[in-house]
Design a protein around this ligand. Sequence first.
Ligand code: NAP
Length: 260
Amino acid sequence: MPEIFRPDILKGTRAIITGGGTGLGYGIADVMTRCGADVAIASRKTEPLAASAEKLAAAGTKVIAVPVNVRDRDAVQTMVDEVVDRLGGVDVLINNAAGNFYAPSADMSENGWRAVIETDLYGTFFCSQAAYPVMVQQGGGSIVSISMTLHYRGWPKMAHATAAKAGVDALTRTLALEWSADRIRVNAVAPGPIPTEGVKKAFGKGGAGIDDKMLSAVPMNRWGTPEDIGNMVTYLCSPAASWITGQIFVVDGGSSLTRM
Ligand code: NAP
């Protein structure tokens, strides 16, 4: 893949990427480490996380794997403390961890509803809150949350995830206003369809099918890649975006403009 950014554009940047061991999170970590960032990838499954950290370290920066369940506020605080201890600080937080599954709203269990809302929305809030004092003390920082576009029109059987990500969008704008005086920028990226293992699993169980029919509704006529999202996130964390806050950037090959 051609290098898009100067290889040292994120040199000296210490980033936390939740869910950074797989899919889009891994793609984000991959671009950021190749741009010089030290990175902590954080999620629940420690073994695959450690294997991903080892692969990412090939770029030559410091990469650590830190266990966390973002639904658990105390665990999030412990994770941030560990990152500060091992990387020396936190300049960037990428709220990428999420989970979802297809379920008709009429039958959705309270547990299922709660699991997705707590992971996607509470997790984003807990991680942002825990990173905030560290960033304030350092004189600023950048937070990027990974949203989606499906709530712009509605997406059947995804009431939990669409509601949670609408909350993430609202949180992005509100935190941007609250924290701009602390020189903390807060933005979001809303990806279109990218066939990660996580998405294939969710679509395989009662979803609309991530197939050629769906691909034909993507105006750019290709699926997105984790690197497409990694490039936008890296731009938002770089000095090039120093006057950008409170914005949600759609990266979807034009998909959200069509009736997918
Ligand atoms: P994925 O590979 O399933 O990624 C989800 C990640 O979140 C995993 O690494 C998982 O790791 C972590 N995670 C889940 N629950 C967690 C918890 N409670 N605590 C900590 N980590 C947790 O799926 P993906 O497609 O890359 O999705 C990444 C992000 O992109 C999500 O926010 C998703 O909503 C968004 N998105 C994706 C698409 C797409 O088409 N792929 C489109 C729009 C938006 P563990 O299992 O180890 O915890």
